[in-house]
Every structure is written in C-alpha cells, then in structure tokens.
Write a protein that binds this ligand. Sequence first.
Ligand code: HSE
Length: 409
Amino acid sequence: MKIAILGYGTVGSGVFEIVRSNPEGIARRAGKEIEIKYVLDLRDFPGNPVEEVLVHDFAQIVDDPEVSVIVEVMGGVEPAYSFVKEALLKGKSVCTSNKELVAKHGAELLEIAKQKKENFLFEASVGGGIPIIRPLNQSLTVDEIQEVTGILNGTTNYILTKMRDEGADFADVLADAQARGYAERNPSADVDGYDAGRKIAILTSLAYGMQVDYEDIYTEGITKITKEDIAYANAVGANIKLFGTSKTVDGKVYAMVAPCMIGRDHPLYVVDDVFNAVLVRGNFLGDVMFYGKGAGKLPTASAVVSDVVDAVKHQGVNVMTIWNSRKLELADINTLQSSFFVRVPAAEKEKAKSLFAVDQEVTAEGIAGEYAFFTKPMAEGDFQGAAAKTKVLSRIRVEGTTKKWRNMI
Ligand code: HSE
C-alpha cells in the first residue's frame, strides 16, 4: 500500500520515522505493507533519507493512482484544504493532524469521504497522541454525551505547571515550550486559547453530531494569569488549568475555553506538563477520561500512523459516521452558572461583599493590600454586571467545592 506525506515538518518527519522504523509491526496491524512513495515539501533536505521520495508538486501525488492514502501534516487551512478535498474526490483516504482544517471543513470533508467510500481521519488533531476521536466515533456510541471537558493544549498546560512549580515567569516558560517543539509558530494560538478552541469545537461537533464553529465559542487564554493567582490557588490546594469544555445544561449546549480553578477532587487535577486529558461524561457511562501526550513529534505522529493503519484496513468502507454540517446553536454563556475566584483591592472589600455572594474568603502568604474570595454559583452575566461596579484585579472560574480543597492538601 503506497502512501504520501504532505509536509515534512515536526509531525511529518515523525510519521516518516515511525513508518520507516517499524514496518513489520505496522504491516501486521494493517494487513499490508505500507510504503511511503512521496513526501511533499517546498524545501529540500540534502543528506536526509527523505530525499529519495521528496517531491515539490502535489499533482505528482494526487494524480498517481498507486497512492491510496495521503497524510496531511502541513498545518493551516490553505493549501491543505484544497489538497485534501482533491485527494478525497479522487478516491484517496486522508489522515490529518490539522485541527484548523478539521475545525473549519471537517463536516464537508467527511461527507466527501462518505460519498467516495473512503476515509477522512483526524485522530491527531485533538490531544496529540491520545485516542479520543476514534472512541467518540466508534466506542461511545450508545450514550448521550452530556459533557466534554479537556486540557487540550500542551503548551499552556506546560506553562501553568512551570509557573506553579517554579514560580517562573510566563514569558520564560513560553520560550522554553517553543524550544521543545510544543508551541504553535504563533504563540497566540496557544496562550490566547484559540488552539484549544478549535479542539473543543471538533470534540463538540463529534459529541453532538453537528457542526460547531469555533468562532462561536467564548475563548479566553492564560495571559492574564499572574503569580498572585497561582499563590492563592496553592494556598487552597487548587490548580489552575486551561479548560476547553462543552456541556448540556437544561437542554442547552454551552461551550467555552477559559482557565479554571480546580481541586484535588477533580479528575483533571493531576494532568500536568505537556500532558492533555479529556473527560467525557455520558448519560449511561458516567465519566471516562483519556490521558496522554497532547503535543510533540512522535506522540502526534503515532496517532497519525494509527489513522493510516485504519485507512488501509478499511479501504472502500467509510468508518466515520457522525458529524453533519447542520450548525449547532450554542447557548449564550451569560446564562451559565459558575462560581468565581475574585481578587479586588483591599479598599473595595465592603463593596465587593455587597455585590457578590461571598462563599469563602482566601488569603495567600506574602500577598497584602487585596481581598480575595470565592463566590457562590452565579450566572456569568450577573458576574459581569457586578464586576463592572468595582475594580476586579482578577477573576477565574471555579469547578468544584472549594471548602473541601484545603482539607485535601
Ligand atoms: N501547540 C499545540 C499544543 C500542539 O501545545 O497542544 C498540539 O496541537
């Protein structure tokens, strides 16, 4: 079985390495030997083994009837979208790690693959090496999914973990994450939450079988999280994590990306460093959690190659069944109930107490001149209204029962 790889960057070179280093193991699982016939890249790689199969023209690949499966790991919407669409229309299966492409055109590309009885697979687009797309598509088929909450971005999880453990500054840790190959070329995609937004859009589309546009998802990153916030979280035994979440409440679907304060009683509390995890709640199943490396060359490439094996095994049979292009209308997050961690200047204490239903006051060693507290659950819109009447230094949404946390340290 001949395949081609579009893009010889971090993930593409990982796919090349895995396929070349374990041919027998892959052949055993796929039922056929897999050979990389072409790698497409604009660049040359003198002295690299990829040279033997390197081409610069996509037409050479897509017009070759011997190529049955195309791996798209270029990233970005164009030209990836045009290439993938053409490949599917010509009856080839496509495996991609490209979350921008999947979030924007997933429903359409799945429909073409279905018509052509081939496959459009994208396991690596969410959670790097973690199997989550295949379980949502093939295993969790009985339950109604009530909630999907994930730590979906390795870079921001790495940054938050280092800030907590080393008291390190945001900018230094970001540079370190970039050097390790975790971060996106444009760090804003990670730290402003857009990468997690695309991933939760994909998971929500799969969970509900309808199109969720990431532009409709309220998205907040981690750039406003300060050392002081982390000191308060440490004081109560909590962690701050960037969550991508979607859930059904009273028949309405809410979706959001935002930092969240959680205690040890939350299943995602232990997910540190570059690890990702996705918690799925089904109506019969209850909670299941998927955990693993969400970024990096080989974990991501491993998920791509698992798709290649699936595509080879299912030639002529379309396996991805859910997610149509009908748009899912998300509920207005202003009506969503949350508790909040809030910091105001000490001078605003009495005003804050009159504006918010304070559930618990918090202090942290070495921080003076401010008043910090947890609110009782309140609607997001009511929070915004109250916050506008005082000077809020920071606020972070909270999941769980804060009063329990201190006893769990
Ligand atoms: N920049 C992404 C992350 C890469 O840090 O999770 C994987 O999608």
